[in-house]
Design a protein around this ligand. Structure first.
Ligand code: HEM
Length: 511
């Protein structure tokens, strides 16, 4: 018995000694890790580098970032201020909040800073993309791509977008079960990108497969760039290969067949535009270009669409006001906005609709911010931003802390009305689409899509939350509700009343 007791004591002592050693080792390695990065400060500049923690060796604060979501940025900003350092996704990073600081970064593109997305994003999207290119290559690519989003091009996509949205809402309404809105919004924006934007006529089955691969791709776009079996990065690379194969097949088929087309889609315009600018695109450039367009359009717009539906559910008065505006503009007839009734000019004239979309994009901006690498040391908020480091300008946190917005946490579309125009003072307080020479190329298309979705929702559907409470929000890779958003959709009859399902009618359900 005595020996047994002794064994237990010695085992506990060994365990405690191991624990202390591991803790000490971790603490020492963490200190060395902090010092390693402190040593990279620009010694020719007297200013200190920003405060903050570099986390644990190699992984930095990536785990905290993934787990804490929106709390990560706000807790560190509260502790260290508007400019703080951290270590995310395998690299040191300075995160920056506040209109003045953000302005300096966005206006400093090409001389103070240059775009540099995390390694995983760069590798998975590919080198030929607009977002990854710099200098003259970037300028030329933007010229070529901007034709896709001209007024004329958007006008020609509009009826197709409306049709895709109408078909989707009809399918949602005829489903007896609740819809997972985020999942379905992803499918909707994916279809929009593939069928309307790129004009691919991929069979439904292949499209479903492509969509699954695409989800795997997007999930791993922001991952630790460690190419090991079963790592997120490896899964992302595999998804990229499969997608590129599928895209090459679709592009080849599309280039061979010109039949059945009644409008010029973005791929047609892109090919033409590149010829006009004297540089025909190679197959690899076309594949990277289309992959980038799908990536840029799909996740961001699905996020904003879900947020829009969530806010309309939370604020029935806003939905009613939207309906009033449609009615006043002669757009709400017999529960449908008929084909051809919607034109770009009509949408521009709907002022309240514009305010609603702007407010969704302010409070629920899909992208946290943009990444840059520092070309020369500069000063921000009394700190040095050393050459060679990465910076991320924060969109969400800048919105959340902008002094120009009254009751900043409240969903209040009227803040963008002509009478209040809270965004008029200082353009960098409100930047859901970024700013400067890298402003989002597709912002007018994104807004067009969201407006059509809102119009169709207001005029053809009724919808109710199908869960007891609204879901929590997470931010990676874009803002979205954890486990989606469960909503039951109903069609409307010509008097704007809910169309009952057979079972509801039999049970005499009240509307
Ligand atoms: C609600 C939807 C969208 C949001 C919130 C959004 C947001 C953004 C932001 C913040 C940037 C700037 C990133 C930076 O500063 O580095 C950006 C860039 C970009 N966006 Fe969007 N975007 C959306 C939809 C779209 C769509 C639909 C397309 C095209 C189909 C698109 C294409 C692009 C491209 C090509 C860039 C890179 C521009 C450059 O580096 O010059 N985006 N987007």
């Amino acid at each position: 018995m005595l020996f047994e007791g002794f064994d237990l004591v010695s085992a506990l002592a060994t365990f405690a000694a191991c624990l202390v050693s591991v803790t000490l080792l971790l603490a020492v390695s963490q200190q060395l890790w902090q010092l390693r990065w402190a040593a990279t400060r620009d010694k020719s500049c007297k200013l200190p580098i920003p405060k903050g923690s570099m986390g644990f060796p190699l992984i930095g604060e990536t785990g905290h970032w993934l787990l804490q979501g929106s709390g990560f940025q706000s807790s560190r900003r509260e502790k260290y201020g508007n400019v703080f350092k951290t270590h995310l996704l395998g690299r040191p990073l300075i995160r920056v909040t506040g209109a003045e600081n953000v302005r300096k970064i966005l206006m400093g593109e090409h001389h103070l800073v240059s775009t540099e997305w995390p390694r995983s994003t760069r590798m998975l999207l590919g080198p030929n993309t607009v977002a990854n290119s710099i200098g003259d290559v970037h300028r030329n690519k933007r010229k070529v791509f901007s034709k896709i989003f001209s007024h004329e091009a958007l006008e020609s996509y509009l009826p197709k977008i409306q049709l895709v949205i109408q078909d989707t809402l009809r399918a949602w309404s005829s489903n007896p079960d609740a819809i997972n809105v985020y999942q379905e919004a992803q499918k909707l924006t994916f279809h929009m990108a593939i069928r309307v934007l790129l004009g691919f006529s991929i069979p439904e089955e292949d499209l479903t497969h492509l969509f699954e691969v695409y989800q795997q791709f997007v999930e791993n776009v922001f991952s630790l760039p460690v190419d090991l079996p079963f790592s997120g990065y490896r899964r992302g690379i595999q998804a990229r290969h499969t997608l590129q194969k599928g895209l090459e097949k679709a592009i080849r088929e599309k280039l061979q067949s010109t039949q059945g087309k009644d409008y010029a889609d973005a791929l047609d315009i892109l090919i033409e535009s590149s010829k006009e600018h004297g540089k025909e695109m190679t197959m690899q450039e076309l594949k990277d270009g289309t992959l980038e367009l799908i990536f840029a359009a799909y996740a961001t717009t699905a996020s904003a669409s879900t947020s829009l539906i969530m806010q309309l559910l939370k604020h029935p008065n806003v939905l009613e006001k939207l309906r009033e505006e449609l009615r006043a503009n002669g757009l709400l007839h017999n529960g449908c906005v008929c084909e051809g009734a919607l034109r770009l000019d009509t949408l521009v004239g709907l002022r309240y609709l514009d305010c609603v979309i702007k407010e969704v994009m302010r409070l629920f901006t899909p992208i946290s911010g943009g990444y840059r690498t520092v070309l020369q040391t500069f000063e921000l908020d009394g700190f040095q931003i050393p050459k060679g480091w990465s910076v991320m300008y924060s969109i969400r946190d800048t919105h959340d802390t902008a002094p120009v917005f009254k009751d900043v946490d409240v969903f209040d579309p009227e803040r963008f009305s002509q009478a209040r125009s809270e965004d008029k003072d200082g353009r960098f307080h409100y930047l859901p689409f970024g700013g400067g020479v890298r402003t989002c190329l597709g912002k007018h298309l994104a807004k067009l899509f969201l407006k059509v979705l809102a119009v169709e929702l207001a005029s053809t559907s009724r919808f109710e939350l199908a869960s007891r409470t609204f879901p929590r929000i997470t931010l990676v890779p874009v803002l979205h509700p954890v486990d989606g958003l469960s909503v039951k959709f109903f069609g409307l009859d010509s008097n704007q009343n809910k169309i009952l399902t057979e079972t509801e009618a039999m049970l005499g359900a009240t509307v």
